[in-house]
Design a protein around this ligand. Structure first.
Ligand SMILES: NC(=O)c1ccc[n+]([C@@H]2O[C@H](COP(=O)([O-])OP(=O)(O)OC[C@H]3O[C@@H](n4cnc5c(N)ncnc54)[C@H](OP(=O)(O)O)[C@@H]3O)[C@@H](O)[C@H]2O)c1
Length: 301
């Protein structure tokens, strides 16, 4: 069936949790889903500007806020507890991700390499802890970066050799793909009604999005200059949210699918294909084991 991202089916009565919804693609996912009538629970690292902004744009928006720092298993546990208290979750969008700001190998509060720890192991832990409350879908935020580097599961956290930030990001997104697709396989095997999907925003910039004061204008002058140069090959983060929203609510979408922009980096949200490595069931199972070891959380579907 065709999908019109500007005219979403009503989500009245649905509860959607979106991590990292205070800015970027996550903000627009929250705004679009709130406008469709969903109750949206935004997690941020504390800032609630996004909630005020959505309320000013979407009269009657039904919003809640929970604080979450994905670089800390203690914060993930605390957030999961707060989220569970808010009732059943129709959709969990694991949107938050560390996209930059790293020059050399850094670690999370729990000693995990910061990109893999935040982007891959963090959502694994949050999903595992929230799983009993999830009734509908889990959506992972994948990336084309997985096409640029093969992941080394023997050293996913780059504990040995020369550290590369771009490799760390790509590895973290291989982890996201592996987790989402392995979760889909395990859910199907268990006969669960919950679905696990992937989506990626293509190449999405704040500066190309419809302006949202306090949200899309937070980049430094240097970042804004860089964005101006990249604009011809990118779209706005508002459009970057489209494939994620489609994966979250399209009634015709199903577990194991991956949505992204039609022209890879820009365009309307369509079905796409993950790279072979992170779609490999053996890779998925191995990542699952690594994630359980790293987080100390056993995830039984
Ligand atoms: N934009 C793209 O072109 C693109 C392409 C492929 C994939 N993606 C993925 O799409 C997602 C959103 O990207 P974006 O462009 O919107 O990125 P962004 O503008 O950098 O926003 C990232 C979001 O993640 C949150 N976050 C970062 N580190 C966190 C942590 N340790 N704990 C909790 N939250 C954290 C940020 O919160 P704060 O505001 O507190 O920092 C922010 O809300 C990410 O997973 C990214 O990897 C983006």
């Amino acid at each position: 069936m065709s999908w019109e991202p500007r005219s979403l089916p009503s989500q009245a009565g649905k509860t959607v949790v979106i991590t990292g919804a205070g800015r970027g693609v996550g903000y627009f996912e929250a705004e679009q889903l709130a406008a469709a009538g969903a109750r949206v629970i935004l997690t941020t690292r504390g800032d609630t500007t996004a909630l005020d902004l959505i309320r000013s744009r979407v009269p009657g928006a039904n919003l809640e806020h929970v604080a979450l720092e994905l670089g800390s298993l203690a914060s993930i546990r605390q957030a999961a507890e707060s989220l569970r208290e808010l009732g059943p979750i129709d959709v969990l969008i694991n949107n938050a991700g560390k996209t930059g700001g790293v020059k050399q190998r850094e670690v999370t509060a729990d000693g995990l390499e910061i990109m893999v720890g935040t982007n891959a192991y963090g959502p694994f832990a949050l999903t595992a802890l929230l799983f009993p409350s999830i009734t509908g879908r889990v959506v992972g935020l994948g990336s084309l970066a997985t096409r640029l580097a093969k992941a080394d599961l023997a050293d996913l956290e780059q504990s040995h050799g020369t550290y590369s930030v771009s490799k760390a990001y790509a590895y973290s997104k291989h982890g996201v793909h592996a987790f989402a697709l392995e979760l889909d396989r395990r859910l199907r095997a268990a006969g669960s009604g919950v679905q696990s999907l992937l989506a990626h925003p293509g190449f999405a910039l704040d500066g190309s999005a419809s302006p949202r004061p306090g949200v899309t204008d937070r980049n430094s002058a240097g970042q804004r200059f860089g964005e101006r140069l990249l604009r011809p090959m990118a779209h706005g983060k508002d459009r970057g949210a489209w494939p994620v929203v489609r994966a979250a609510i399209d009634p015709d979408a199903t577990g194991g699918q991956f949505y992204g922009p039609a022209r890879s980096v820009t365009g309307r949200p369509v079905l796409t294909t993950p790279v072979a490595q992170s779609a490999d069931p053996a890779f998925g199972a191995a990542f699952w084991t690594l994630a359980e070891q790293a987080t100390g959380i056993t995830f039984d579907v």
